[in-house]
Design a protein around this ligand. Structure first.
Ligand SMILES: C[S@@+](CC[C@H](N)C(=O)[O-])C[C@H]1O[C@@H](n2cnc3c(N)ncnc32)[C@H](O)[C@@H]1O
Length: 317
């Protein structure tokens, strides 16, 4: 496929990481009209097989770029990510086009800020609890949420976890990486949480992920969380409006990757309909970033739209 990302080789990566990549997985949420196959990363070392990511996993570069450099455009939302810029340098990816998509940069920094704050408040209440980042990409929330007692699990598809381990092996015994597929029935078991993890509520993040799954798959992830997580647990997800489904090609950043939006909502009730234990604790709209104009437009359009165009939901059990 044409290479929307300009890869120059994983200079900082372990030499053998491409060989360690697991077998190819069927692309999830790839646009029907998108160029088939994988996003290739040609390496400068011709002896190595090229590093490649399918369309949906390749979207991990979008939030990585925003966290690495987006703070210069939106200083009040700068997230001080200590790792993102280094990882981008290691990947050798040209992200100028992603950074030029300012609304998406803003969306990522906005949701990151909300998740950081929710996590800090959660671990203040439950200092020994476990956090889980489903579809973590190359993000690193433990840099902000490590309190010296809690544990954190970063989970993603095998090819992403292989890349993650090659670029950035976990450096704490309280931090682990897990390869899983959220569309598989046993994804919760694949987390292999020890009994002590279930003695406290869980703090679970799943950002920039569920919109690429089929609606039934996204709802199943919510239902699985609800049926397994201890009382008091939280799940933070970002939400797209239903009107974006099938229209990723018009999105300045996602359109470059060949991924497609599959799941969106028309009403907040849809977030809790998959399981009786689920409760919507908060639903933020990104319109809050746009001051009085954003809040006014949101208030005017909400009766017709029913849900935010882009939101961040905190679900509780
Ligand atoms: C837009 S990136 C978001 C990455 C990360 N959450 C962040 O905000 O930086 C989407 C991520 O979802 C992951 N993903 C997509 N489908 C998945 C699935 N079925 N199981 C696990 N992870 C998945 C991709 O591999 C990719 O890392």
């Amino acid at each position: 496929m044409p290479t929307p990302l300009n890869w120059h080789g994983a200079a900082g990566a372990r030499k053998d990481h491409a060989r360690q990549a697991p077998p190819h997985h069927a692309p999830q949420g790839q646009a029907p009209g998108a160029p088939a196959g994988r996003m290739w990363a040609s390496t400068s070392d011709m002896e190595r097989p090229p590093l490649s990511l399918d369309a949906v996993p390749s979207t991990l570069v979008i939030p990585l770029a925003a966290r690495a450099a987006g703070g210069s455009f939106f200083p009040s939302l700068a997230c001080s990510d200590a790792d993102a810029a280094r990882l981008l340098r290691s990947l050798g990816v040209d992200v100028d086009a992603y950074l030029a998509d300012r609304p998406t940069v803003l969306n990522v920094l906005w949701r990151t800020r909300h998740i950081q704050r929710a996590g800090q408040a959660f671990f203040a209440r439950h200092p020994k609890a476990w956090g889980i980042n489903l579809g973590c990409g190359l993000s690193n929330y433990f840099q902000w949420l490590d309190n010296g007692q809690n544990h954190w699990v970063d989970a993603d598809l095998p090819e992403v976890i292989a890349l993650r381990l090659a670029l950035d092996p976990p450096c704490s015994r309280r931090l682990r990486s897990v390869a899983l597929d959220l569309t598989h029935a046993d994804w919760w078991q694949a987390l292999q949480l020890p009994p002590e993890a279930m003695e406290h509520p869980l703090f679970v993040v799943c950002e920039g992920v569920l919109m690429y799954l089929q609606p039934a798959q996204a709802q199943q992830v919510l239902a699985d969380f609800a049926s397994h997580a201890p009382a008091g647990s939280r799940l933070l997800i970002d939400t797209l409006h239903q009107c974006a489904v099938g229209r990723a090609r018009w999105h300045s950043s996602v359109g470059r990757t060949g991924a497609e939006f599959r799941w969106g909502i028309q009403h907040p009730d849809e977030l809790c309909s998959s399981h009786p234990r689920l409760r919507l604790a908060h639903l933020h709209s990104v319109s809050e970033c746009y001051g009085w104009w954003g809040r006014t437009s949101d208030a005017l359009w909400r009766p017709w739209l029913g849900a935010p165009l882009y939101g961040l939901a905190e679900l509780a059990v």
